[in-house]
Design a protein around this ligand. Structure first.
Ligand SMILES: Cc1cc2nc3c(=O)[nH]c(=O)nc-3n(C[C@H](O)[C@H](O)[C@H](O)COP(=O)(O)OP(=O)(O)OC[C@H]3O[C@@H](n4cnc5c(N)ncnc54)[C@H](O)[C@@H]3O)c2cc1C
Length: 468
């Protein structure tokens, strides 16, 4: 019987193991699968911590239902009945600018009346579909900042694009690659000659699809409805791990992956144990995979080390509801870097998912750090609390101390798809050709969302199975 070792028990490794086993069973292939995870608990960045009536998400707080991957996995796993979609509040997203929170406009009329973008900024944006805008430079891996300045103007870059990049990647638009971070946007520009044109054409297509009776996405917010579980998103990783009982081994740090006689892979862990496998799927972050593969192939390791990571500190504050004077009707807000605040933004978690706090309480989750403020992950707890309080006072007028505080630090939180990322992926694909049965998956390569990780897991499972 062939055996496959998966290294890393975050959503990527767990989903790969689960899908691989399901696909092997469906195709009648006999397979022994082992998943090795360094920590004592599986889940990686996924962790839902319950304390004092609050449910704090350590990392992700859900996935968008506009893509099918995670939903399909939940259905196959039999946990779709427990899914919990965020309520309508999550549609309203805000940007803090010029001393106030502005609701993100959701269309032409609200955009015109919004005070988020100045009139010169609006006029610049209005040029977007015209021939005055330069086309995408050919053969250049454009940064998100260059793309934003070129197509939408400097103000839209600062107030719309940069906050979005920090909200998703905790990233710096001056270094991130448009093609690698948002391939769909690059594609829309190529296909339709501009973003506004693309939106008009796609909206016409959607109307036609509705008229023709074709199913359309249930998207309510930008890109779908944020979806989780009543117990928190950890319910998903727990369900996968439980279903994979006997496959998942925790508390095992893999130190190296090498090849022995006959090309068999030898996976060594820090306790000195060595397991053999016909195939190895690396589902750990790129920097960890780089260490494990250093002896096997130093060129692969060198490319993996070039994928940088941004740090992030997640700060949960709980309050009694009556202590918050302003409406918490919304998803939360992001803060443009130019505002000079310490936090990247704050999510109103208990507004999106009401059971994240007890009935008369609210839970706010602020983010600090990211690629623009890497040193913040080293701040002391007192400094973190003081800075978050200062920002909440400035943005939402909250001048009381929270009754509940939790701080989670992620020194290497999110991979950064910087300029050259696409080329690095091509190099990896080329180098991996010399190592039949060695597969890389996870959030370091083609998308960081949970949906992306599950999609990559499915590809990894298919690739592994095809080689058997
Ligand atoms: C603060 C934060 C908020 C986020 N919010 C969202 C969100 O709302 N929605 C969304 O879709 N995405 C969100 N993301 C992104 C998403 O959570 C991640 O991209 C995803 O969880 C990564 O999963 P993964 O399995 O690829 O990696 P990880 O979760 O990092 O798992 C990798 C695993 O490999 C293990 N490992 C490492 N080295 C070794 C070794 N030597 N031996 C054995 N095991 C090893 C690690 O311990 C870890 O468990 C967020 C991320 C962060 C940090």
């Amino acid at each position: 019987m062939k055996n496959i070792i998966i290294i890393g028990g975050g959503i990527s490794g767990l989903a790969t193991a689960w899908l691989l086993r399901a696909k092997a069973q469906a195709s009648g292939k006999e397979l022994e699968i082992t998943l090795l995870e360094k920590e004592e608990r599986p889940g990686g960045k996924i962790r839902s911590i319950k304390a004092d009536g609050y449910t704090c998400e350590w990392g992700p707080n859900g996935f968008l239902d506009s893509k099918p991957q995670t939903l399909d996995l939940c259905r196959a796993l039999g946990v779709d009945g427990n899914l919990h979609r965020s309520n309508d509040n999550a549609r309203k997203r805000f940007i803090y600018s010029g001393g106030e929170l502005h609701q993100l406009p959701d269309g032409g009329p609200t955009f015109l009346t919004s005070r988020l973008i100045s009139w010169p900024g609006k006029l610049r944006l209005a040029l977007e579909p015209t021939p005055f805008i330069a086309s995408a430079p050919v053969g250049v891996d454009e940064t998100l900042a260059d793309f934003g300045r070129r197509r939408l103007g400097g103000e839209a870059l600062d107030k719309l694009i940069a906050p979005m990049v920090s909200g998703i990647f905790a990233g710096d638009p001056e270094t991130m690659s448009l093609e690698s971070c948002f391939p769909r946007i690059a594609e829309l520009e190529r296909e339709y000659g501009g973003l506004i044109r693309a939106m008009i054409m796609l909206s016409k297509k959607k109307k036609k699809d509705i008229a023709d009776g074709k199913v359309v996405s249930s998207a309510a917010g930008p890109g779908g409805v944020l979806t989780s579980f009543r117990e928190g998103i950890q319910y998903l990783s727990d369900a996968l791990a439980t279903s994979l009982d006997g496959v998942v081994q925790t508390g095992i740090t893999v130190t190296s992956v090498q090849r022995g006689a006959g090309g068999v892979y030898q996976v060594t862990s820090s306790d000195g144990a060595c397991l053999e496998a016909d195939q190895v799927i690396m589902a750990s972050p790129a920097f960890a995979a780089a260490e494990m593969l250093a002896t096997l192939d130093n060129d692969i390791s060198a490319v993996l080390r070039q994928i940088p990571y941004a740090s992030m500190t997640v700060v949960c504050f709980g309050y009694r509801r009556e202590q918050i004077k302003r409406s918490l009707d919304g998803f939360g807000y992001l803060i443009p870097k130019k505002e000079g605040r310490s936090t990247l933004g704050t999510l109103w978690d208990s507004s999106m998912f009401e059971n994240r706090a007890a009935e008369n309480n609210v839970l706010l989750r602020s983010m600090m750090g990211g690629a623009c403020f890497p040193e913040y992950v080293n701040l002391s707890d007192d400094e973190v609390v003081a800075r978050v309080r200062q920002d909440l006072q400035m943005t939402m007028g909250i001048d009381v101390a929270p009754e509940f505080v939790r701080i989670f630090r992620h020194p290497q939180a999110i991979p950064q798809y910087t300029v050259g990322h696409g080329e690095r992926l091509q190099k990896l694909a080329y180098l991996l050709k010399s190592h039949q049965g060695l597969i890389l998956t996870g959030n370091s390569y083609r998308g960081i969302g949970l949906n992306d990780c599950v999609a990559a897991a499915e590809q990894a499972a298919d690739e592994a199975l095809a080689k058997i």
